[in-house]
Design a protein around this ligand. Structure first.
Ligand code: GLY
Length: 407
């Protein structure tokens, strides 16, 4: 294995996503002040960028064999704390709402450092209903959130939905406009986070962190290709793979597979929606998230079945059948991509944030369906704990150290 210079490892590929190079040859004195972030999805890349920007470590190393890959690469990019809320999870809703409110300022800060946009969309989300049960549940959803002080929700008839989005079919019987829920172009975000990290001096290492190493009391580094990359602090942001990195995280994060499609309107196709559209067909959630130049991400299936990487024919069929319920012209679209990845889910649907286990180990993982949504709040939380402060109050229920038996 070669040990390239920092200049070499910070050279970006043409797509702006993946600087090349292995791990660095770094001086022993720097090691104590080195922070290694394991995992360069949106969470890890954002935490590394912010840590470097805020100067919370002498050196920030971002470790990933495939930066910008994994679930962040496949994600639809819905930032929908209200749209995706599940009854009985008030803390998830509270964290999601706090994070979506932080998204515009976060996007501006990343874009300013990156010199490129992050692809934030502010048109809002339209939740639509296609049968009478769904119409009734939209009514309940609207009342539930209005009673809790969420403003701006707007119930719509089917015709009102179609006036806003003419491509939606007559099967749509009602809708709810949720203007505070947003969306982001995941791949634009990943490219921007890479550029912003480079601008702040993050050292990108294209290698796999096999496990966090500690001496029984505190973190000493990360095992990489049979050697130990010495570090005083380590953030585990390895998504669905996080559980394997340290015994204190064992069994706390599991993969939940999701499949998506990427489709493109052709000149003959009905114009694609401008808003993010979400619905449920026979209980299966399905959503359409707009991308530039007539493209849409259609997502997503959900299978709690381990690390099965295949996109299944049945998954594609279900997504197409379900999306055709609301977008009848979809058959004329070009099918550009199918993909699968793994949401990092926890038992409680809360992420794991902050210090955990030996001194110097931090978690930024377990974000489940809400990874992109929770990026700004995660950044704020990890920056605080890396400075030696407490987790911000709204993130406190996600403290990773809760329910661990590490001594
Ligand atoms: N947040 C959407 C999904 O996980 O499919």
């Amino acid at each position: 294995m070669s040990w390239p210079t920092q200049h070499e490892t910070n050279t970006a590929r043409d797509d702006g996503l993946a600087p090349h190079g292995g791990i660095q040859q770094l001086s022993a004195t720097a090691a104590r002040d080195r922070l290694v972030v394991v995992g360069a999805g949106a969470i890890g890349a954002a935490v590394a960028w912010a840590a470097a920007r805020e100067g919370v470590a002498g050196e920030v190393v971002l470790l990933d064999p495939e930066p910008g890959g994994g679930a962040s690469h496949v994600a639809g990019g819905m930032l929908g704390p209200v749209t995706e809320a599940w009854a009985g999870e008030p803390e998830v809703l509270e964290m999601g709402s706090a994070s979506v409110a932080r998204w515009p300022a976060f996007a501006d800060a990343v874009a300013a450092d990156a010199g490129r946009p992050v692809g934030l969309r502010t048109e809002g989300i339209l939740q639509v209903a296609v049968d009478s049960t769904d119409v009734a549940s939209l009514d309940r959803m609207c009342k539930h959130f209005q009673d809790r002080g969420f403003h701006g929700l707007e119930p719509l008839t089917g015709d009102e939905v179609r006036r806003r989005e003419p491509a939606l079919g007559t099967s749509v019987r009602a809708g709810l406009a949720i203007p505070g829920d947003l969306a982001v172009d995941n791949r634009a975000l990943l490219a921007a986070l890479t550029a912003a990290g480079e601008a702040q001096g993050v050292v990108f290492c294209r290698a796999r962190g096999a496990r966090v190493v500690d001496d029984g009391e505190r973190v000493t580094g990360v095992e990489v290709e049979g050697r130990v990359l010495a570090a005083g602090r380590v953030v585990v942001a390895a998504g669905a793979w996080s559980s394997g990195l340290h015994p204190v995280l064992a069994d706390r994060v599991r993969p939940v597979k999701g499949e998506i499609l990427r489709i493109r309107a052709r000149p003959s196709s009905p114009l694609p929606p401008v808003h993010t559209i979400r619905t449920a067909v026979e209980g299966r959630p399905v959503y359409l998230v707009p991308r530039p130049r007539g493209r849409l991400v259609v997502g997503a299936t959900q299978h709690d079945a381990g690390f099965d990487p295949d996109v299944l024919v049945g998954g594609v069929r279900n997504l197409l059948t379900d999306v055709e319920q609301v977008l009848p012209g979809v058959a004329d679209y070009a099918l550009e991509e199918t993909a699968a990845s793994f949401r990092p889910c926890t038992e409680t649907n809360m992420p794991l944030l902050g210090p955990v286990g030996p001194e110097g180990l931090f978690a930024a993982t377990g974000h489940g369906r809400n990874g992109l949504l929770l990026v700004p709040l995660t950044v704020e939380a990890l920056t605080a704990v890396l400075r030696g402060q407490d987790l911000p109050g709204v993130a406190a229920p996600a403290a990773a150290a809760r329910a661990t038996a590490y001594v």
